[in-house]
Design a protein around this ligand. Structure first.
Ligand code: NDP
Ligand code: DA3
Length: 330
Protein backbone atom coordinates (compact mmCIF):
# COMPACT_ATOMS: atom_id res chain seq x y z
CA UNK A 1 0.00 0.00 0.00
CA UNK A 2 1.38 3.45 -0.94
CA UNK A 3 2.70 5.73 1.78
CA UNK A 4 0.48 8.77 2.11
CA UNK A 5 2.50 12.02 2.15
CA UNK A 6 0.89 14.40 4.67
CA UNK A 7 1.76 17.86 5.97
CA UNK A 8 0.46 19.99 8.85
CA UNK A 9 -0.64 23.62 8.39
CA UNK A 10 -0.68 25.45 11.73
CA UNK A 11 1.24 24.20 14.74
CA UNK A 12 -0.73 24.60 17.96
CA UNK A 13 -2.44 22.03 20.17
CA UNK A 14 -4.00 20.27 17.16
CA UNK A 15 -0.79 20.54 15.12
CA UNK A 16 1.21 18.83 17.87
CA UNK A 17 -1.49 16.18 18.21
CA UNK A 18 -1.43 15.57 14.45
CA UNK A 19 2.33 15.03 14.46
CA UNK A 20 1.93 12.46 17.23
CA UNK A 21 -0.98 10.72 15.43
CA UNK A 22 0.95 10.54 12.13
CA UNK A 23 3.82 8.88 14.00
CA UNK A 24 1.30 6.15 15.00
CA UNK A 25 0.29 5.66 11.33
CA UNK A 26 2.71 3.36 9.45
CA UNK A 27 1.04 4.16 6.11
CA UNK A 28 1.79 7.87 6.43
CA UNK A 29 4.86 10.07 6.08
CA UNK A 30 4.96 13.59 7.54
CA UNK A 31 6.63 15.76 4.88
CA UNK A 32 6.74 19.08 6.76
CA UNK A 33 4.96 21.58 8.99
CA UNK A 34 3.80 25.01 7.80
CA UNK A 35 3.46 27.95 10.19
CA UNK A 36 2.67 31.67 9.90
CA UNK A 37 5.35 32.29 12.53
CA UNK A 38 9.07 32.47 11.83
CA UNK A 39 9.89 28.76 11.18
CA UNK A 40 13.02 29.10 13.35
CA UNK A 41 10.75 30.00 16.30
CA UNK A 42 8.50 26.92 16.01
CA UNK A 43 9.65 23.98 18.15
CA UNK A 44 8.27 20.61 16.98
CA UNK A 45 7.62 17.78 19.43
CA UNK A 46 9.69 15.72 16.98
CA UNK A 47 12.18 17.94 15.09
CA UNK A 48 12.71 15.29 12.38
CA UNK A 49 10.80 17.28 9.74
CA UNK A 50 11.30 20.83 8.43
CA UNK A 51 9.11 23.82 9.28
CA UNK A 52 8.31 26.10 6.34
CA UNK A 53 6.57 29.46 6.10
CA UNK A 54 2.81 29.17 5.52
CA UNK A 55 3.13 31.62 2.62
CA UNK A 56 5.24 29.08 0.74
CA UNK A 57 2.72 26.19 0.78
CA UNK A 58 2.10 26.36 -3.00
CA UNK A 59 5.74 25.44 -3.65
CA UNK A 60 5.08 22.02 -2.10
CA UNK A 61 1.79 21.16 -3.83
CA UNK A 62 3.32 18.21 -5.71
CA UNK A 63 5.07 16.85 -2.60
CA UNK A 64 1.96 16.48 -0.40
CA UNK A 65 -1.02 14.12 -0.83
CA UNK A 66 -3.10 15.56 2.03
CA UNK A 67 -2.65 18.83 3.96
CA UNK A 68 -4.03 18.70 7.51
CA UNK A 69 -5.28 22.16 8.56
CA UNK A 70 -4.84 22.69 12.31
CA UNK A 71 -5.67 26.38 12.53
CA UNK A 72 -8.40 27.99 14.62
CA UNK A 73 -11.97 27.92 13.35
CA UNK A 74 -12.77 31.47 14.40
CA UNK A 75 -10.34 33.26 12.09
CA UNK A 76 -7.68 30.95 10.60
CA UNK A 77 -9.70 28.30 8.72
CA UNK A 78 -12.16 30.73 7.06
CA UNK A 79 -9.12 32.16 5.26
CA UNK A 80 -6.86 29.08 4.94
CA UNK A 81 -9.56 26.52 4.02
CA UNK A 82 -10.70 28.06 0.70
CA UNK A 83 -7.12 29.06 -0.22
CA UNK A 84 -5.60 25.62 0.41
CA UNK A 85 -8.56 23.66 -1.03
CA UNK A 86 -7.50 25.02 -4.42
CA UNK A 87 -4.04 23.51 -4.05
CA UNK A 88 -4.25 20.29 -1.98
CA UNK A 89 -6.53 17.59 -0.72
CA UNK A 90 -7.25 19.04 2.73
CA UNK A 91 -8.84 17.93 5.98
CA UNK A 92 -9.80 20.32 8.77
CA UNK A 93 -11.76 20.52 12.04
CA UNK A 94 -13.91 23.59 11.33
CA UNK A 95 -16.40 23.67 14.20
CA UNK A 96 -18.44 26.88 14.00
CA UNK A 97 -21.61 24.83 13.52
CA UNK A 98 -23.81 27.73 12.38
CA UNK A 99 -21.36 28.55 9.58
CA UNK A 100 -20.70 25.01 8.28
CA UNK A 101 -23.04 25.32 5.24
CA UNK A 102 -21.35 28.52 4.02
CA UNK A 103 -17.88 27.13 4.78
CA UNK A 104 -18.75 23.93 2.85
CA UNK A 105 -19.62 26.04 -0.19
CA UNK A 106 -16.45 28.13 0.19
CA UNK A 107 -14.33 24.94 0.01
CA UNK A 108 -16.40 23.09 -2.60
CA UNK A 109 -15.79 25.49 -5.49
CA UNK A 110 -11.96 25.69 -5.30
CA UNK A 111 -11.67 21.96 -4.55
CA UNK A 112 -13.76 20.99 -7.58
CA UNK A 113 -11.80 23.38 -9.79
CA UNK A 114 -8.50 21.86 -8.61
CA UNK A 115 -9.83 18.25 -8.75
CA UNK A 116 -9.16 17.88 -5.03
CA UNK A 117 -11.16 16.67 -2.01
CA UNK A 118 -11.79 19.10 0.88
CA UNK A 119 -12.86 17.19 4.01
CA UNK A 120 -14.21 19.73 6.50
CA UNK A 121 -15.49 19.70 10.08
CA UNK A 122 -13.64 16.53 11.12
CA UNK A 123 -13.20 15.83 14.84
CA UNK A 124 -15.65 14.81 17.51
CA UNK A 125 -18.21 17.61 17.43
CA UNK A 126 -18.63 18.24 14.63
CA UNK A 127 -17.38 14.82 13.60
CA UNK A 128 -17.96 11.56 15.46
CA UNK A 129 -20.88 13.06 17.39
CA UNK A 130 -22.42 14.19 14.06
CA UNK A 131 -22.22 10.60 12.74
CA UNK A 132 -23.95 9.29 15.87
CA UNK A 133 -26.68 11.93 15.70
CA UNK A 134 -27.28 10.68 12.16
CA UNK A 135 -27.36 7.01 13.25
CA UNK A 136 -29.84 7.89 15.96
CA UNK A 137 -32.25 9.76 13.70
CA UNK A 138 -32.00 7.26 10.82
CA UNK A 139 -32.41 4.14 12.96
CA UNK A 140 -34.91 5.50 15.52
CA UNK A 141 -36.98 8.02 13.53
CA UNK A 142 -39.47 8.34 16.40
CA UNK A 143 -37.48 9.87 19.28
CA UNK A 144 -35.29 12.75 20.49
CA UNK A 145 -31.52 13.37 20.22
CA UNK A 146 -29.44 15.10 22.91
CA UNK A 147 -25.77 16.14 22.94
CA UNK A 148 -23.91 16.98 26.14
CA UNK A 149 -20.26 18.08 26.46
CA UNK A 150 -17.93 18.21 29.45
CA UNK A 151 -17.03 19.17 31.96
CA UNK A 152 -13.99 19.91 29.83
CA UNK A 153 -11.89 22.32 27.80
CA UNK A 154 -13.31 23.37 24.42
CA UNK A 155 -10.50 24.05 21.94
CA UNK A 156 -12.79 26.11 19.71
CA UNK A 157 -14.04 28.34 22.51
CA UNK A 158 -10.54 28.63 23.98
CA UNK A 159 -9.18 29.66 20.56
CA UNK A 160 -12.02 32.19 20.30
CA UNK A 161 -11.26 33.85 23.65
CA UNK A 162 -7.54 33.97 22.82
CA UNK A 163 -8.45 36.06 19.75
CA UNK A 164 -10.14 38.76 21.89
CA UNK A 165 -8.12 41.98 22.12
CA UNK A 166 -6.53 42.32 25.57
CA UNK A 167 -6.35 38.59 26.24
CA UNK A 168 -2.81 37.27 26.85
CA UNK A 169 -3.80 33.65 27.69
CA UNK A 170 -7.19 32.00 27.89
CA UNK A 171 -9.12 28.75 28.12
CA UNK A 172 -12.83 27.88 28.24
CA UNK A 173 -14.48 25.04 30.09
CA UNK A 174 -17.91 23.70 29.18
CA UNK A 175 -20.13 22.41 31.97
CA UNK A 176 -23.21 20.29 31.26
CA UNK A 177 -26.38 20.83 33.30
CA UNK A 178 -26.66 17.86 35.69
CA UNK A 179 -30.49 18.25 36.06
CA UNK A 180 -30.91 18.36 32.26
CA UNK A 181 -28.79 15.21 31.82
CA UNK A 182 -30.77 13.42 34.54
CA UNK A 183 -34.08 14.22 32.83
CA UNK A 184 -32.73 12.89 29.52
CA UNK A 185 -31.30 9.75 31.09
CA UNK A 186 -34.59 8.84 32.73
CA UNK A 187 -36.35 9.07 29.40
CA UNK A 188 -38.36 12.28 29.88
CA UNK A 189 -37.45 13.49 26.36
CA UNK A 190 -37.55 17.15 27.57
CA UNK A 191 -37.39 20.19 25.29
CA UNK A 192 -34.21 22.00 26.38
CA UNK A 193 -32.92 25.37 25.20
CA UNK A 194 -29.19 25.86 24.49
CA UNK A 195 -28.95 27.83 27.75
CA UNK A 196 -30.58 25.02 29.75
CA UNK A 197 -28.05 22.37 28.62
CA UNK A 198 -24.61 23.93 29.30
CA UNK A 199 -22.84 26.82 31.01
CA UNK A 200 -19.41 28.12 30.09
CA UNK A 201 -16.48 29.34 32.26
CA UNK A 202 -13.44 31.19 30.95
CA UNK A 203 -10.09 31.72 32.69
CA UNK A 204 -8.26 34.72 31.26
CA UNK A 205 -4.88 36.36 31.78
CA UNK A 206 -5.18 40.00 30.74
CA UNK A 207 -2.54 41.64 28.57
CA UNK A 208 -0.84 44.64 30.18
CA UNK A 209 -3.16 47.65 30.20
CA UNK A 210 -6.27 45.72 29.04
CA UNK A 211 -9.64 46.53 30.64
CA UNK A 212 -11.31 43.52 32.33
CA UNK A 213 -14.92 44.73 31.82
CA UNK A 214 -14.33 45.30 28.10
CA UNK A 215 -12.78 41.82 27.69
CA UNK A 216 -15.57 40.16 29.69
CA UNK A 217 -18.29 41.91 27.66
CA UNK A 218 -16.65 41.01 24.34
CA UNK A 219 -16.56 37.35 25.38
CA UNK A 220 -20.06 36.94 26.84
CA UNK A 221 -21.71 38.65 23.85
CA UNK A 222 -19.69 36.77 21.19
CA UNK A 223 -22.03 35.37 18.48
CA UNK A 224 -21.88 31.60 17.74
CA UNK A 225 -19.65 30.98 20.80
CA UNK A 226 -21.02 32.57 24.01
CA UNK A 227 -24.07 34.77 23.45
CA UNK A 228 -26.54 31.86 23.83
CA UNK A 229 -24.98 30.62 27.09
CA UNK A 230 -24.66 31.77 30.69
CA UNK A 231 -20.92 32.47 30.79
CA UNK A 232 -18.58 33.31 33.69
CA UNK A 233 -15.23 35.01 33.06
CA UNK A 234 -12.49 34.70 35.72
CA UNK A 235 -9.31 36.81 35.57
CA UNK A 236 -6.16 35.15 36.91
CA UNK A 237 -2.42 35.77 36.73
CA UNK A 238 -0.07 33.98 34.32
CA UNK A 239 1.49 31.81 37.04
CA UNK A 240 -1.92 30.48 38.14
CA UNK A 241 -2.85 29.94 34.48
CA UNK A 242 0.23 27.85 33.81
CA UNK A 243 -0.05 25.84 37.01
CA UNK A 244 -3.79 25.14 36.89
CA UNK A 245 -4.86 25.19 33.22
CA UNK A 246 -2.30 23.17 31.28
CA UNK A 247 -4.33 20.00 30.80
CA UNK A 248 -7.04 19.77 28.10
CA UNK A 249 -9.44 17.00 29.07
CA UNK A 250 -12.93 16.85 27.60
CA UNK A 251 -15.65 14.47 26.55
CA UNK A 252 -19.39 14.07 26.34
CA UNK A 253 -22.08 11.95 24.79
CA UNK A 254 -24.79 11.78 22.15
CA UNK A 255 -27.98 9.98 23.19
CA UNK A 256 -30.95 9.06 20.99
CA UNK A 257 -33.97 8.09 23.01
CA UNK A 258 -36.62 6.53 20.78
CA UNK A 259 -39.32 3.90 20.37
CA UNK A 260 -39.89 1.00 17.96
CA UNK A 261 -42.82 -1.35 17.35
CA UNK A 262 -46.50 -0.88 16.45
CA UNK A 263 -48.56 1.84 18.16
CA UNK A 264 -49.82 -0.06 21.17
CA UNK A 265 -46.79 -2.29 21.75
CA UNK A 266 -43.83 0.07 21.43
CA UNK A 267 -40.46 -0.61 23.02
CA UNK A 268 -38.06 2.05 24.34
CA UNK A 269 -34.73 2.05 22.53
CA UNK A 270 -31.66 4.10 23.51
CA UNK A 271 -28.59 4.62 21.30
CA UNK A 272 -25.63 6.28 23.09
CA UNK A 273 -22.08 7.20 22.04
CA UNK A 274 -19.70 8.70 24.58
CA UNK A 275 -16.10 10.00 24.73
CA UNK A 276 -13.79 10.46 27.74
CA UNK A 277 -10.74 12.40 26.50
CA UNK A 278 -7.51 12.86 28.43
CA UNK A 279 -6.45 15.27 25.68
CA UNK A 280 -9.10 16.91 23.51
CA UNK A 281 -6.60 18.16 20.89
CA UNK A 282 -4.73 14.84 20.62
CA UNK A 283 -7.97 12.92 20.12
CA UNK A 284 -9.26 15.43 17.60
CA UNK A 285 -5.95 15.23 15.72
CA UNK A 286 -6.23 11.42 15.70
CA UNK A 287 -9.63 11.77 14.02
CA UNK A 288 -8.13 14.23 11.50
CA UNK A 289 -5.37 11.76 10.62
CA UNK A 290 -7.78 8.86 10.08
CA UNK A 291 -9.90 11.08 7.82
CA UNK A 292 -6.76 12.23 5.98
CA UNK A 293 -6.39 8.56 4.97
CA UNK A 294 -10.01 8.47 3.72
CA UNK A 295 -9.54 11.81 1.91
CA UNK A 296 -6.53 10.41 0.08
CA UNK A 297 -8.44 7.27 -0.98
CA UNK A 298 -11.48 9.29 -2.11
CA UNK A 299 -9.26 11.59 -4.17
CA UNK A 300 -7.46 8.60 -5.71
CA UNK A 301 -10.89 7.19 -6.64
CA UNK A 302 -11.64 10.39 -8.59
CA UNK A 303 -13.86 12.25 -6.12
CA UNK A 304 -13.62 16.06 -6.07
CA UNK A 305 -15.15 18.84 -3.98
CA UNK A 306 -16.11 19.32 -0.34
CA UNK A 307 -17.08 16.38 1.88
CA UNK A 308 -17.95 15.91 5.55
CA UNK A 309 -17.67 12.87 7.83
CA UNK A 310 -21.29 12.06 6.91
CA UNK A 311 -20.11 11.28 3.34
CA UNK A 312 -17.32 8.85 4.28
CA UNK A 313 -17.68 5.06 4.23
CA UNK A 314 -16.15 3.90 7.55
CA UNK A 315 -13.84 1.35 5.91
CA UNK A 316 -11.92 4.15 4.20
CA UNK A 317 -10.65 5.31 7.62
CA UNK A 318 -8.69 2.13 8.17
CA UNK A 319 -5.21 1.25 6.83
CA UNK A 320 -6.51 -2.33 6.49
CA UNK A 321 -7.88 -3.64 3.18
CA UNK A 322 -11.65 -4.23 2.78
CA UNK A 323 -10.98 -8.00 2.82
CA UNK A 324 -9.05 -7.73 6.10
CA UNK A 325 -11.84 -5.60 7.62
CA UNK A 326 -14.53 -8.11 6.58
CA UNK A 327 -12.46 -10.87 8.14
CA UNK A 328 -11.59 -9.04 11.37
CA UNK A 329 -14.39 -6.62 12.20
CA UNK A 330 -17.69 -7.92 10.81
N1 NDP B 1 -14.36 19.45 15.38
C1 NDP B 1 -13.92 19.21 16.59
O1 NDP B 1 -14.37 18.28 17.29
C2 NDP B 1 -12.81 20.04 17.16
C3 NDP B 1 -12.35 21.17 16.51
N2 NDP B 1 -11.28 21.88 17.03
C4 NDP B 1 -10.82 23.09 16.32
O2 NDP B 1 -9.41 23.11 16.32
C5 NDP B 1 -9.02 24.48 16.33
C6 NDP B 1 -7.57 24.63 16.75
O3 NDP B 1 -7.48 24.34 18.11
P1 NDP B 1 -6.04 24.47 18.83
O4 NDP B 1 -5.03 23.69 18.08
O5 NDP B 1 -6.25 24.20 20.27
O6 NDP B 1 -5.71 26.03 18.64
P2 NDP B 1 -4.32 26.76 18.97
O7 NDP B 1 -4.65 28.11 19.49
O8 NDP B 1 -3.42 25.87 19.77
O9 NDP B 1 -3.65 26.92 17.52
C7 NDP B 1 -4.31 27.66 16.52
C8 NDP B 1 -3.24 28.31 15.65
O10 NDP B 1 -2.61 29.33 16.42
C9 NDP B 1 -1.21 29.39 16.07
N3 NDP B 1 -0.44 29.24 17.30
C10 NDP B 1 -0.35 28.15 18.07
N4 NDP B 1 0.47 28.39 19.12
C11 NDP B 1 0.91 29.66 18.99
C12 NDP B 1 1.79 30.48 19.74
N5 NDP B 1 2.37 30.01 20.85
N6 NDP B 1 1.99 31.74 19.31
C13 NDP B 1 1.38 32.19 18.19
N7 NDP B 1 0.55 31.46 17.43
C14 NDP B 1 0.32 30.21 17.83
C15 NDP B 1 -0.89 28.24 15.12
O11 NDP B 1 -0.78 28.72 13.78
P3 NDP B 1 0.69 29.08 13.18
O12 NDP B 1 1.56 27.86 13.41
O13 NDP B 1 0.42 29.37 11.74
O14 NDP B 1 1.18 30.26 13.96
C16 NDP B 1 -2.11 27.34 15.26
O15 NDP B 1 -2.44 26.67 14.07
C17 NDP B 1 -10.03 25.14 17.24
O16 NDP B 1 -10.21 26.51 16.90
C18 NDP B 1 -11.30 24.34 17.01
O17 NDP B 1 -12.16 25.06 16.18
C19 NDP B 1 -10.65 21.49 18.19
C20 NDP B 1 -11.11 20.39 18.89
C21 NDP B 1 -12.26 19.61 18.43
N1 DA3 C 1 -15.45 21.58 18.76
C1 DA3 C 1 -15.30 21.33 20.19
C2 DA3 C 1 -15.58 19.86 20.47
C3 DA3 C 1 -16.85 19.76 21.31
C4 DA3 C 1 -16.67 20.44 22.67
C5 DA3 C 1 -17.70 21.48 22.64
C6 DA3 C 1 -17.91 22.44 23.76
O1 DA3 C 1 -17.28 22.24 24.80
O2 DA3 C 1 -18.72 23.40 23.53
N2 DA3 C 1 -18.34 21.48 21.51
O3 DA3 C 1 -17.94 20.52 20.68
C7 DA3 C 1 -13.90 21.76 20.66
O4 DA3 C 1 -13.36 22.68 20.01
O5 DA3 C 1 -13.39 21.24 21.66
Amino acid sequence: TPVIRVAIAGYGNLGRGAQAAIKQSPDMQLVCVFSRRDPASVTLIDPSVPVYAMDDVAQYKDDIDVLILCGGSKSDLPEQGPAFAGLFNIVDSFDTHAKIPEYFAALDAPAKKANKVAMLSVGWDPGLFSINRLYGEAILPVGETYTFWGKGLSQGHSDAVRRVGGVKSGVQYTLPSEPAMARVRNGEQPTLTTREKHTRECYIVLADGADADTVRNTIVTMPDYFVDYDTKVHFIDQQTFESEHGKMPHGGFVIRSGVSGMDNETNNQVLEFSLKLGSNPEFTASVLVAYARATYKMSQAGETGARTVLDVAPGLLSPKSPAQLRKELL
